[in-house]
Design a protein around this ligand. Structure first.
Ligand SMILES: Nc1nc2c(ncn2[C@@H]2O[C@H](COP(=O)(O)OP(=O)(O)O)[C@@H](O)[C@H]2O)c(=O)[nH]1
Ligand SMILES: *[C@@H]1O[C@H](CO)[C@@H](O)[C@H](O)[C@H]1NC(C)=O
Ligand SMILES: *[C@@H]1O[C@H](CO)[C@@H](O)[C@H](O)[C@H]1NC(C)=O
Ligand SMILES: [Mg+2]
Length: 392
Protein backbone atom coordinates (compact mmCIF):
# COMPACT_ATOMS: atom_id res chain seq x y z
CA UNK A 1 0.00 0.00 0.00
CA UNK A 2 2.72 2.42 1.01
CA UNK A 3 4.61 1.52 -2.18
CA UNK A 4 1.67 2.48 -4.41
CA UNK A 5 1.28 5.81 -2.66
CA UNK A 6 4.95 6.66 -3.10
CA UNK A 7 4.62 5.71 -6.74
CA UNK A 8 1.65 8.05 -7.22
CA UNK A 9 3.50 10.88 -5.48
CA UNK A 10 6.36 10.48 -7.94
CA UNK A 11 4.01 10.69 -10.91
CA UNK A 12 2.34 13.83 -9.55
CA UNK A 13 5.72 15.42 -8.94
CA UNK A 14 6.89 14.62 -12.47
CA UNK A 15 3.69 16.06 -13.96
CA UNK A 16 4.07 19.31 -12.03
CA UNK A 17 7.67 19.59 -13.21
CA UNK A 18 6.66 19.04 -16.83
CA UNK A 19 3.91 21.68 -16.67
CA UNK A 20 6.31 24.16 -15.07
CA UNK A 21 8.94 23.47 -17.74
CA UNK A 22 6.39 24.03 -20.48
CA UNK A 23 5.48 27.47 -19.11
CA UNK A 24 9.11 28.51 -18.60
CA UNK A 25 10.14 27.58 -22.14
CA UNK A 26 7.12 29.06 -23.91
CA UNK A 27 7.32 32.37 -22.06
CA UNK A 28 11.06 32.66 -22.58
CA UNK A 29 12.10 36.16 -23.64
CA UNK A 30 15.00 34.91 -25.73
CA UNK A 31 13.71 34.99 -29.30
CA UNK A 32 14.26 31.72 -31.09
CA UNK A 33 16.10 32.22 -34.37
CA UNK A 34 14.06 30.95 -37.28
CA UNK A 35 16.17 28.46 -39.16
CA UNK A 36 15.67 30.18 -42.51
CA UNK A 37 16.60 33.65 -41.33
CA UNK A 38 20.24 33.53 -42.45
CA UNK A 39 19.59 35.81 -45.43
CA UNK A 40 23.04 37.16 -46.23
CA UNK A 41 24.37 33.68 -46.76
CA UNK A 42 21.45 32.72 -48.95
CA UNK A 43 22.09 35.72 -51.16
CA UNK A 44 25.76 34.86 -51.45
CA UNK A 45 24.86 31.38 -52.43
CA UNK A 46 22.47 32.65 -55.10
CA UNK A 47 25.11 35.02 -56.42
CA UNK A 48 27.39 32.02 -56.78
CA UNK A 49 29.92 33.37 -54.32
CA UNK A 50 29.63 30.71 -51.66
CA UNK A 51 28.51 27.31 -52.83
CA UNK A 52 26.62 25.72 -49.91
CA UNK A 53 28.28 22.42 -50.60
CA UNK A 54 30.22 20.68 -53.30
CA UNK A 55 28.33 21.87 -56.38
CA UNK A 56 28.14 18.54 -58.11
CA UNK A 57 24.49 17.96 -58.94
CA UNK A 58 22.60 15.41 -60.97
CA UNK A 59 22.55 17.98 -63.76
CA UNK A 60 26.33 18.01 -63.87
CA UNK A 61 29.06 20.06 -62.28
CA UNK A 62 28.36 23.62 -61.25
CA UNK A 63 30.62 26.43 -62.45
CA UNK A 64 33.84 27.07 -60.53
CA UNK A 65 33.33 30.06 -58.28
CA UNK A 66 36.97 31.07 -58.07
CA UNK A 67 37.86 33.58 -60.71
CA UNK A 68 41.07 33.32 -62.68
CA UNK A 69 42.82 30.81 -64.80
CA UNK A 70 42.00 27.11 -64.31
CA UNK A 71 45.28 25.26 -64.02
CA UNK A 72 46.24 22.06 -65.79
CA UNK A 73 46.06 20.10 -62.54
CA UNK A 74 44.48 17.15 -60.78
CA UNK A 75 44.20 15.48 -57.43
CA UNK A 76 45.56 11.94 -57.42
CA UNK A 77 44.82 9.11 -55.04
CA UNK A 78 46.14 5.57 -54.96
CA UNK A 79 43.60 3.41 -53.18
CA UNK A 80 41.95 0.04 -52.79
CA UNK A 81 38.19 -0.48 -52.93
CA UNK A 82 38.31 -1.16 -49.21
CA UNK A 83 39.65 2.38 -48.63
CA UNK A 84 36.31 3.84 -49.73
CA UNK A 85 35.13 5.41 -46.46
CA UNK A 86 38.57 6.61 -45.44
CA UNK A 87 39.12 8.30 -48.80
CA UNK A 88 35.59 9.70 -48.67
CA UNK A 89 36.53 11.51 -45.44
CA UNK A 90 39.64 12.95 -47.07
CA UNK A 91 37.77 14.08 -50.18
CA UNK A 92 35.02 15.74 -48.16
CA UNK A 93 37.60 17.84 -46.31
CA UNK A 94 39.59 18.73 -49.42
CA UNK A 95 36.37 19.79 -51.12
CA UNK A 96 35.08 21.82 -48.16
CA UNK A 97 38.35 23.62 -47.55
CA UNK A 98 39.54 24.08 -51.14
CA UNK A 99 38.16 22.32 -54.16
CA UNK A 100 34.50 23.38 -54.02
CA UNK A 101 35.82 26.77 -55.17
CA UNK A 102 38.08 25.38 -57.92
CA UNK A 103 36.63 22.08 -59.16
CA UNK A 104 39.86 20.36 -60.03
CA UNK A 105 39.67 16.81 -61.38
CA UNK A 106 40.51 13.75 -59.33
CA UNK A 107 42.34 10.68 -60.65
CA UNK A 108 42.01 7.43 -58.71
CA UNK A 109 44.53 4.64 -59.31
CA UNK A 110 44.38 1.05 -58.16
CA UNK A 111 46.21 -2.21 -58.85
CA UNK A 112 42.74 -3.80 -59.08
CA UNK A 113 39.52 -2.62 -60.81
CA UNK A 114 37.56 -0.03 -58.84
CA UNK A 115 34.08 -1.28 -58.04
CA UNK A 116 30.84 0.59 -58.68
CA UNK A 117 30.37 1.65 -55.09
CA UNK A 118 33.83 3.24 -54.97
CA UNK A 119 33.17 5.12 -58.19
CA UNK A 120 29.65 6.19 -57.21
CA UNK A 121 30.59 7.57 -53.81
CA UNK A 122 33.78 9.35 -54.88
CA UNK A 123 32.11 10.85 -57.97
CA UNK A 124 29.35 12.24 -55.80
CA UNK A 125 31.88 13.94 -53.51
CA UNK A 126 34.31 15.45 -56.02
CA UNK A 127 33.33 18.75 -57.67
CA UNK A 128 35.57 18.18 -60.68
CA UNK A 129 35.70 15.26 -63.08
CA UNK A 130 36.68 11.88 -61.63
CA UNK A 131 38.75 9.35 -63.51
CA UNK A 132 39.53 5.77 -62.53
CA UNK A 133 42.61 3.93 -63.71
CA UNK A 134 43.92 0.42 -63.35
CA UNK A 135 47.65 0.12 -62.86
CA UNK A 136 49.38 -2.02 -65.50
CA UNK A 137 50.81 -5.22 -64.00
CA UNK A 138 54.36 -4.30 -65.10
CA UNK A 139 54.20 -1.35 -62.70
CA UNK A 140 52.99 -3.41 -59.74
CA UNK A 141 55.10 -6.58 -59.77
CA UNK A 142 58.64 -7.81 -59.25
CA UNK A 143 60.95 -6.67 -62.06
CA UNK A 144 62.90 -9.56 -63.66
CA UNK A 145 66.20 -8.36 -62.18
CA UNK A 146 64.93 -8.94 -58.63
CA UNK A 147 65.87 -12.20 -56.91
CA UNK A 148 62.58 -13.24 -55.34
CA UNK A 149 64.13 -15.65 -52.84
CA UNK A 150 66.41 -12.94 -51.55
CA UNK A 151 63.44 -10.56 -51.29
CA UNK A 152 61.39 -13.16 -49.38
CA UNK A 153 64.22 -13.71 -46.94
CA UNK A 154 64.46 -9.97 -46.25
CA UNK A 155 60.72 -9.83 -45.54
CA UNK A 156 61.12 -12.66 -43.05
CA UNK A 157 63.98 -10.87 -41.28
CA UNK A 158 62.14 -7.57 -41.19
CA UNK A 159 59.08 -9.31 -39.78
CA UNK A 160 61.16 -10.65 -36.91
CA UNK A 161 62.63 -7.20 -36.27
CA UNK A 162 59.03 -5.88 -36.23
CA UNK A 163 59.79 -3.20 -38.82
CA UNK A 164 56.58 -1.49 -39.87
CA UNK A 165 55.26 -3.03 -43.13
CA UNK A 166 58.54 -5.01 -43.12
CA UNK A 167 56.94 -8.23 -44.32
CA UNK A 168 54.50 -6.68 -46.77
CA UNK A 169 54.81 -7.26 -50.51
CA UNK A 170 51.97 -4.92 -51.47
CA UNK A 171 53.44 -2.05 -49.43
CA UNK A 172 56.67 -2.43 -51.40
CA UNK A 173 54.81 -2.37 -54.72
CA UNK A 174 52.98 0.72 -53.49
CA UNK A 175 56.21 2.54 -52.55
CA UNK A 176 57.81 1.64 -55.87
CA UNK A 177 54.71 2.72 -57.78
CA UNK A 178 54.54 6.09 -56.02
CA UNK A 179 58.27 6.53 -56.55
CA UNK A 180 58.45 5.80 -60.23
CA UNK A 181 55.17 5.25 -62.02
CA UNK A 182 52.06 7.15 -60.92
CA UNK A 183 53.00 10.24 -62.95
CA UNK A 184 53.36 8.09 -66.08
CA UNK A 185 49.92 6.53 -65.83
CA UNK A 186 47.98 7.36 -69.05
CA UNK A 187 45.37 9.31 -67.04
CA UNK A 188 48.10 11.48 -65.50
CA UNK A 189 49.67 12.39 -68.84
CA UNK A 190 46.86 14.92 -69.37
CA UNK A 191 48.06 17.07 -66.48
CA UNK A 192 51.00 19.20 -65.48
CA UNK A 193 50.32 19.53 -61.72
CA UNK A 194 49.20 17.06 -59.07
CA UNK A 195 48.09 17.10 -55.46
CA UNK A 196 48.37 13.75 -53.73
CA UNK A 197 45.67 12.80 -51.22
CA UNK A 198 45.61 9.67 -49.06
CA UNK A 199 42.76 8.05 -47.14
CA UNK A 200 42.04 9.39 -43.63
CA UNK A 201 43.85 12.70 -43.90
CA UNK A 202 42.45 15.96 -42.58
CA UNK A 203 42.63 19.61 -43.62
CA UNK A 204 42.10 22.12 -40.83
CA UNK A 205 42.16 25.54 -42.52
CA UNK A 206 40.49 27.21 -45.49
CA UNK A 207 42.60 27.44 -48.59
CA UNK A 208 41.20 30.40 -50.48
CA UNK A 209 43.73 30.68 -53.28
CA UNK A 210 44.74 28.35 -56.09
CA UNK A 211 47.71 26.41 -54.76
CA UNK A 212 48.55 25.10 -58.25
CA UNK A 213 48.69 28.62 -59.64
CA UNK A 214 50.81 29.62 -56.65
CA UNK A 215 53.28 26.87 -57.54
CA UNK A 216 53.43 27.95 -61.17
CA UNK A 217 53.65 31.70 -60.49
CA UNK A 218 56.41 31.21 -57.94
CA UNK A 219 58.36 28.68 -60.03
CA UNK A 220 57.87 25.88 -57.48
CA UNK A 221 58.12 22.23 -58.52
CA UNK A 222 57.65 20.34 -55.25
CA UNK A 223 56.08 21.11 -51.88
CA UNK A 224 55.47 19.69 -48.42
CA UNK A 225 53.77 20.37 -45.09
CA UNK A 226 55.51 17.86 -42.80
CA UNK A 227 59.07 16.59 -42.71
CA UNK A 228 60.77 14.06 -40.46
CA UNK A 229 63.51 11.44 -40.12
CA UNK A 230 63.11 8.10 -41.90
CA UNK A 231 63.47 4.77 -40.05
CA UNK A 232 67.03 3.85 -40.93
CA UNK A 233 66.21 0.11 -40.97
CA UNK A 234 64.11 0.63 -44.10
CA UNK A 235 66.82 2.37 -46.14
CA UNK A 236 70.30 1.17 -45.06
CA UNK A 237 71.83 1.41 -48.56
CA UNK A 238 69.62 4.08 -50.14
CA UNK A 239 72.25 6.79 -49.82
CA UNK A 240 74.91 4.56 -51.39
CA UNK A 241 72.58 3.99 -54.31
CA UNK A 242 72.03 7.75 -54.61
CA UNK A 243 75.78 8.33 -54.60
CA UNK A 244 76.20 5.73 -57.35
CA UNK A 245 73.56 7.57 -59.35
CA UNK A 246 75.07 11.04 -58.89
CA UNK A 247 78.52 9.67 -59.80
CA UNK A 248 77.10 8.22 -63.01
CA UNK A 249 74.93 11.28 -63.77
CA UNK A 250 76.57 14.39 -62.35
CA UNK A 251 74.69 16.40 -64.99
CA UNK A 252 71.41 15.80 -63.10
CA UNK A 253 72.61 17.34 -59.85
CA UNK A 254 71.61 20.98 -59.83
CA UNK A 255 73.69 23.84 -58.51
CA UNK A 256 72.07 25.66 -55.60
CA UNK A 257 70.29 22.51 -54.43
CA UNK A 258 69.22 21.55 -50.89
CA UNK A 259 72.02 19.10 -50.03
CA UNK A 260 72.17 20.79 -46.62
CA UNK A 261 68.69 19.45 -45.90
CA UNK A 262 69.79 15.84 -46.53
CA UNK A 263 73.31 15.75 -45.21
CA UNK A 264 75.34 17.27 -42.39
CA UNK A 265 78.68 16.42 -43.98
CA UNK A 266 78.20 17.74 -47.48
CA UNK A 267 76.90 14.51 -48.94
CA UNK A 268 79.06 11.87 -47.31
CA UNK A 269 76.20 10.53 -45.22
CA UNK A 270 72.41 10.93 -45.22
CA UNK A 271 70.78 12.40 -42.11
CA UNK A 272 67.44 10.66 -43.02
CA UNK A 273 65.49 13.92 -43.38
CA UNK A 274 62.64 13.72 -45.85
CA UNK A 275 59.44 15.45 -46.83
CA UNK A 276 56.39 13.38 -45.92
CA UNK A 277 55.01 12.39 -49.30
CA UNK A 278 51.48 11.41 -48.31
CA UNK A 279 50.87 15.14 -48.95
CA UNK A 280 52.43 16.57 -52.09
CA UNK A 281 51.64 19.28 -54.54
CA UNK A 282 54.11 19.03 -57.37
CA UNK A 283 54.95 19.26 -61.02
CA UNK A 284 54.38 16.11 -63.07
CA UNK A 285 56.63 17.21 -65.91
CA UNK A 286 59.53 17.36 -63.49
CA UNK A 287 58.83 13.76 -62.42
CA UNK A 288 58.61 12.81 -66.09
CA UNK A 289 61.94 14.52 -66.90
CA UNK A 290 64.94 12.45 -67.94
CA UNK A 291 66.70 13.54 -64.75
CA UNK A 292 64.03 12.02 -62.51
CA UNK A 293 63.49 8.94 -64.71
CA UNK A 294 67.23 8.21 -64.79
CA UNK A 295 67.30 8.59 -61.02
CA UNK A 296 64.35 6.25 -60.44
CA UNK A 297 65.65 3.66 -62.92
CA UNK A 298 69.02 3.66 -61.21
CA UNK A 299 67.49 3.20 -57.73
CA UNK A 300 65.12 0.54 -59.03
CA UNK A 301 68.02 -1.53 -60.37
CA UNK A 302 69.86 -1.18 -57.07
CA UNK A 303 67.01 -3.34 -55.72
CA UNK A 304 66.26 -1.57 -52.44
CA UNK A 305 62.51 -1.36 -53.03
CA UNK A 306 62.49 -5.15 -52.49
CA UNK A 307 65.76 -6.02 -50.71
CA UNK A 308 65.09 -3.27 -48.18
CA UNK A 309 61.87 -1.30 -47.89
CA UNK A 310 62.59 2.04 -49.49
CA UNK A 311 59.71 4.45 -49.12
CA UNK A 312 58.58 6.89 -51.78
CA UNK A 313 59.01 9.73 -49.28
CA UNK A 314 62.82 9.59 -49.05
CA UNK A 315 63.01 8.73 -52.75
CA UNK A 316 61.01 11.82 -53.80
CA UNK A 317 62.68 14.01 -51.20
CA UNK A 318 66.23 13.17 -52.19
CA UNK A 319 65.34 13.81 -55.83
CA UNK A 320 63.78 17.17 -55.01
CA UNK A 321 66.65 18.18 -52.79
CA UNK A 322 69.38 17.30 -55.31
CA UNK A 323 67.75 17.87 -58.68
CA UNK A 324 65.77 21.04 -58.00
CA UNK A 325 67.03 24.44 -57.01
CA UNK A 326 66.41 25.27 -53.36
CA UNK A 327 63.84 27.91 -54.30
CA UNK A 328 61.79 25.35 -56.23
CA UNK A 329 60.70 23.53 -53.06
CA UNK A 330 57.89 25.11 -51.09
CA UNK A 331 56.76 24.70 -47.49
CA UNK A 332 53.00 25.38 -47.16
CA UNK A 333 52.67 26.79 -43.66
CA UNK A 334 49.06 27.71 -44.44
CA UNK A 335 47.91 24.19 -45.39
CA UNK A 336 46.98 22.58 -42.09
CA UNK A 337 47.16 18.83 -42.38
CA UNK A 338 46.93 15.58 -40.46
CA UNK A 339 48.00 12.10 -41.44
CA UNK A 340 48.34 9.67 -38.57
CA UNK A 341 50.31 10.32 -36.35
CA UNK A 342 51.47 13.88 -37.22
CA UNK A 343 49.82 17.27 -37.56
CA UNK A 344 50.92 20.42 -39.27
CA UNK A 345 48.98 23.28 -37.66
CA UNK A 346 50.07 26.71 -38.95
CA UNK A 347 52.33 28.68 -36.66
CA UNK A 348 50.87 32.09 -35.82
CA UNK A 349 47.49 32.80 -34.28
CA UNK A 350 46.54 35.43 -36.87
CA UNK A 351 47.03 32.92 -39.69
CA UNK A 352 44.95 30.34 -37.85
CA UNK A 353 42.08 32.74 -37.19
CA UNK A 354 42.13 34.28 -40.67
CA UNK A 355 41.99 30.83 -42.24
CA UNK A 356 39.28 29.51 -39.86
CA UNK A 357 41.55 26.71 -38.69
CA UNK A 358 40.25 24.06 -36.31
CA UNK A 359 43.55 22.38 -35.40
CA UNK A 360 45.05 22.60 -31.93
CA UNK A 361 48.33 24.59 -32.22
CA UNK A 362 49.78 22.33 -29.52
CA UNK A 363 49.63 19.44 -31.98
CA UNK A 364 51.90 21.18 -34.48
CA UNK A 365 54.90 18.97 -35.26
CA UNK A 366 57.07 21.53 -37.10
CA UNK A 367 59.30 22.70 -34.27
CA UNK A 368 59.53 19.29 -32.59
CA UNK A 369 62.99 17.69 -32.47
CA UNK A 370 61.89 14.87 -34.76
CA UNK A 371 60.84 17.27 -37.51
CA UNK A 372 63.27 18.42 -40.20
CA UNK A 373 61.34 21.61 -40.91
CA UNK A 374 63.68 23.81 -38.80
CA UNK A 375 66.52 22.54 -40.91
CA UNK A 376 64.59 23.40 -44.08
CA UNK A 377 64.21 26.97 -42.85
CA UNK A 378 67.91 27.21 -42.03
CA UNK A 379 69.07 25.75 -45.35
CA UNK A 380 66.91 28.29 -47.17
CA UNK A 381 67.85 31.23 -44.97
CA UNK A 382 64.17 31.67 -44.11
CA UNK A 383 62.93 33.32 -40.93
CA UNK A 384 60.71 31.06 -38.92
CA UNK A 385 57.10 32.21 -38.57
CA UNK A 386 56.54 34.70 -35.77
CA UNK A 387 55.82 33.04 -32.45
CA UNK A 388 57.33 29.67 -33.32
CA UNK A 389 59.32 29.51 -30.04
CA UNK A 390 56.08 29.66 -28.08
CA UNK A 391 54.64 26.83 -30.15
CA UNK A 392 57.62 24.52 -29.70
N1 LIG B 1 45.50 0.11 -54.78
C1 LIG B 1 46.26 -0.04 -53.69
N2 LIG B 1 46.57 1.05 -52.95
C2 LIG B 1 47.34 0.87 -51.86
C3 LIG B 1 47.82 -0.41 -51.46
N3 LIG B 1 48.55 -0.25 -50.31
C4 LIG B 1 48.52 1.07 -50.03
N4 LIG B 1 47.79 1.75 -50.94
C5 LIG B 1 47.56 3.20 -51.00
O1 LIG B 1 48.83 3.79 -50.91
C6 LIG B 1 48.82 4.91 -50.05
C7 LIG B 1 49.75 4.68 -48.85
O2 LIG B 1 49.28 3.58 -48.10
P1 LIG B 1 49.02 3.71 -46.56
O3 LIG B 1 48.40 2.43 -46.14
O4 LIG B 1 48.28 4.98 -46.28
O5 LIG B 1 50.51 3.77 -46.00
P2 LIG B 1 51.14 4.72 -44.88
O6 LIG B 1 50.54 6.08 -45.02
O7 LIG B 1 52.60 4.70 -45.20
O8 LIG B 1 50.83 4.07 -43.58
C8 LIG B 1 47.37 5.12 -49.67
O9 LIG B 1 46.82 6.05 -50.59
C9 LIG B 1 46.76 3.74 -49.83
O10 LIG B 1 45.39 3.83 -50.14
C10 LIG B 1 47.48 -1.53 -52.27
O11 LIG B 1 47.87 -2.69 -52.01
N5 LIG B 1 46.70 -1.29 -53.37
C1 LIG C 1 48.34 19.73 -69.64
O1 LIG C 1 49.66 19.25 -69.42
C2 LIG C 1 50.00 18.09 -70.16
C3 LIG C 1 51.39 17.69 -69.71
O2 LIG C 1 52.28 18.76 -69.87
C4 LIG C 1 49.90 18.40 -71.66
O3 LIG C 1 50.20 17.24 -72.39
C5 LIG C 1 48.50 18.86 -71.98
O4 LIG C 1 48.41 19.21 -73.33
C6 LIG C 1 48.13 20.05 -71.12
N1 LIG C 1 46.74 20.38 -71.33
C7 LIG C 1 46.32 21.61 -71.51
C8 LIG C 1 44.86 21.79 -71.67
O5 LIG C 1 47.09 22.58 -71.55
C1 LIG D 1 77.16 1.18 -55.76
O1 LIG D 1 78.09 0.83 -56.75
C2 LIG D 1 79.06 -0.15 -56.32
C3 LIG D 1 80.09 -0.30 -57.43
O2 LIG D 1 79.46 -0.66 -58.65
C4 LIG D 1 78.36 -1.46 -56.00
O3 LIG D 1 79.26 -2.42 -55.54
C5 LIG D 1 77.32 -1.17 -54.91
O4 LIG D 1 76.55 -2.35 -54.64
C6 LIG D 1 76.37 -0.05 -55.32
N1 LIG D 1 75.51 0.29 -54.19
C7 LIG D 1 74.19 0.24 -54.25
C8 LIG D 1 73.44 0.49 -52.99
O5 LIG D 1 73.59 0.02 -55.28
MG1 LIG E 1 48.65 6.76 -45.38
Amino acid sequence: MAGTQRYLRYIMFALVCLILLFFISSSSTVPATPWQGVKPQDQDVEAGKVPPTTPNTQNGLGPATASGEHMNATFVTLARNSDIWEIARSIRQVEDRFNRKFHYDWVFLNDDEFNDEFKKVTTSLVSGKTKYGKIPTEHWSFPDFIDQDKAAQVREEMKEKKIIYGDSISYRHMCRYESGFFFRHPLMLDYEWYWRVEPSVELFCDIDYDTFKFMADNKKKYSFVLSLYEYVETIPTLWDAVKNFTAAHPEHVVEGNSMGFLSDDDGKTYNHCHFWSNFEIGNLNWLRSSAYIDYFTSLDHAGGFFYERWGDAPVHSIAAALMLKKEEIHFFNDIAYYHVPFTHCPTGEKTRLDLKCHCNPKDNFDWNGYSCTSRFFEVNGMTKPEGYEKEQ
